[in-house]
Design a protein around this ligand. Structure first.
Ligand code: UT7
Length: 322
């Protein structure tokens, strides 16, 4: 009989430096009004020069452990979802494992771009359900400020840095994860990509900067969110009206608005903090989950729908009974 798992701890880390839209007006041909009306973003956090993906992940992970009252040496696995690691190797998860003192834990990174946290939570759950592991830290951490071309107004206004973490523990009783849907369409990888140091001659010319065809990604995002959400809810034997709270990837408030409209879920049930942090990629869902919990918006027994989309192209949705 597969074991059930619950989220018993959570934490987040946002760098202290706030960069407002008005500040970006000084260096880019943009306006606060354009950014707010097209994206919902008012400000974002940017990491200080000494901060890294794994230092932010460690802060969020420490908070998650403390909130559950768990010692790092009891962890079986540290899983970090990121596409902005500070090293190609070692994995950020190994750096976090060492910083935490999680001596017994295995560690690896998972890259599914902005869908990373949904992929990672579904992956971690399998280790528990199969009876292999009991205590797993699942972290999303990103430092996009280091892969943005700060002269490109079409991308640099959108993203921010940060990390979020949950502690997943094996427990008897009802499962937390009711269903998940993961998908990928590699034929459209060119819509959103960052060259890497191991491959591209192009990178030598242009730097390792993010390129995106925004309008096409927008259309994909709405469609992917709706399709994945419908499938995940159906696989959980629920209907969309049973979902108390949607925790969507925070990329653009208009994407959530369009998805809410198309799914027929009231927009008030879509959690949003994109106005304060911008798009923090695989960190956005765990940060949003933490804030939803802090604000008392999640009650025991609630059905949460977490849904992500992004580079790959990739998408993922899961239904979680809290
Ligand atoms: O995690 C997943 C990652 N990515 C996303 O989710 C992004 C999805 N896409 C989007 O959020 C939107 O497509 C954007 C916010 C990126 C762009 O909004 P849009 O309404 O699709 O604008 P657009 O790209 O069609 O551009 C409209 C106009 C263009 O000018 P012209 O050609 O109409 O004269 C752009 O040059 O807006 C211009 N523009 C800007 N103007 C002021 C583009 N960026 C800016 C800017 N400030 N920052």
């Amino acid at each position: 009989m597969p074991k059930a798992a619950r989220v018993t701890g959570w934490g987040k880390y946002l760098p202290s430096r706030v960069v407002t839209n008005h500040e970006l007006e000084d260096t880019l041909d943009t306006t606060d009004e354009w950014i707010r009306t097209r994206t919902g973003i008012k400000e974002r956090r940017l990491a200080a020069s000494h901060e890294t993906t794994s230092s932010m992940a460690t802060m969020a992970a420490s908070q998650a452990l403390a909130s559950a009252g768990m010692e790092p040496q009891d962890l079986d696995l540290v899983l970090v979802a990121t596409c902005t690691p500070e090293h190609l190797l070692p994995a950020s998860a190994s750096v976090v494992q060492n910083a935490l003192g999680a001596r017994r834990a295995a560690a690896f990174d998972l890259n599914a771009a902005c869908s990373g946290f949904v992929y990672a939570l579904a992956t971690a759950y399998q280790f528990i359900a199969a009876g292999n592991f009991e205590n797993i830290l699942v972290v999303g951490s990103e430092i996009y400020s280091r892969i943005l071309n700060w002269k490109d107004r079409s991308t640099s206004i959108l993203f921010g840095d940060g990390a979020g973490a949950v502690l997943l523990q094996a427990q008897d009783g009802e499962p937390g994860l009711l269903s998940f849907i993961l998908g990928s369409d590699g034929s459209r990888a060119n819509l959103l990509y960052v060259p890497g140091p191991a491959g591209a001659t192009e990178a030598g010319r242009n730097g390792f900067y993010l390129s995106m065809k925004g309008a096409e990604v927008f259309k994909f995002a709405v469609k992917a969110m709706c399709q994945a959400s419908r499938k995940a809810v159906e696989a959980a034997n629920l209907s969309l009206s049973d979902i108390e709270l949607v925790i969507p990837h925070q990329a653009n408030y208009r994407i959530s608005q369009a998805a809410a409209h198309s799914l027929g879920i009231p927009l008030e049930r879509f959690f949003s903090n994109v106005e304060r942090y911008g798009n923090t990629s695989s960190a956005s869902i765990p940060i949003a989950l933490c804030e939803a919990l802090e604000e008392g918006r999640v009650r025991p027994g609630d059905h949460l729908l977490m849904v992500g989309f992004g580079g790959g192209l990739s998408w993922g949705a899961l239904v979680w009974k809290w």
